[in-house]
Design a protein around this ligand. Structure first.
Ligand code: FDM
Ligand code: MG
Length: 211
């Protein structure tokens, strides 16, 4: 820490497709800002950077990449943001992150021949979250919310394997929320959890993930 001022909290929102992550992440940032707190939204993959554009093209199937290579590209897309993530946290800004390394591991390890430990390596050392909010919804229910699009990984079989993998990554700083509740009910729980963690982080140093 550069100062003895309270830092921001690193809050990760995870879950399978169509569980409401993006909607809830935006609502959470807006609510924190409305309360006069400093907060920003971060989204992975960040498809706007040169590295993120490769990931975006891969997901849209306009680019084929070898499975290990695309895994490392998703990781690199997080590493390129690490300096700005740390800087913002140290400046007291709470970050609400829509997908993180847990998605990276859960989706790649849903592919044949990938073990979880190999998948974790390339994100080992990025900032560790203060809280992971994991939204759960039975995959069949998630699918029926909205038809899957045509992006890569948008199939029921693949999603089921990814969800099983998320569950293997859970640690004590994860909180699972039932995504079949109303948008407002979920939002209120997320806001309460986040507010509590923001008070707890204080000047505590930012830890490294999986170290
Ligand atoms: N995804 C996302 C990965 O495979 N690895 C990653 O590291 C991340 C962050 O990309 F299918 C997958 C998960 C999802 C797709 O996500 C894009 P969004 O939330 O639909 O943009
Ligand atoms: Mg998607």
């Amino acid at each position: 820490m550069a100062t003895d001022r309270n830092r921001g909290a690193l809050i990760i929102i995870e879950g399978g497709d169509r569980t409401g992550k993006s909607t809830q992440s935006k609502m959470l940032v807006d609510a924190l800002l409305a309360d006069g707190k400093q907060a920003e939204l971060v989204k992975f993959p960040d498809r706007t950077t040169p590295i993120g554009k490769l990931a975006g093209s891969y997901l849209q199937k306009t680019l084929d990449l070898e499975d290990h290579a695309i895994h490392l590209i998703f990781s690199a897309n997080r590493w390129e943001k690490v300096p700005s993530i740390i800087e913002r946290l140290e400046n007291g800004i709470t970050l609400v992150v829509d997908r993180y390394a847990f998605s990276g591991v859960a989706y790649t390890s849903a592919k044949r021949g990938f073990d979880i430990e190999w998948c974790k390596q390339s994100d080992t050392g990025i900032p560790a979250p203060d809280l992971v909010i994991y939204l759960t919804l039975p995959v069949d229910q998630a699918t029926s919310r909205d038809q899957y699009g045509t992006e890569r990984y948008e199939s029921t079989q693949f999603q089921k394997r990814a969800v099983e993998n998320f569950e293997k990554l859970m640690t004590k700083n994860w909180t699972t929320l039932d995504a079949s509740q109303s948008i407002d009910a979920i939002h209120q729980q997320m806001k309460d959890l986040t507010t509590e963690i923001m008070q707890q982080v204080g000047t505590r140093s930012i830890e490294k993930l999986w170290v």
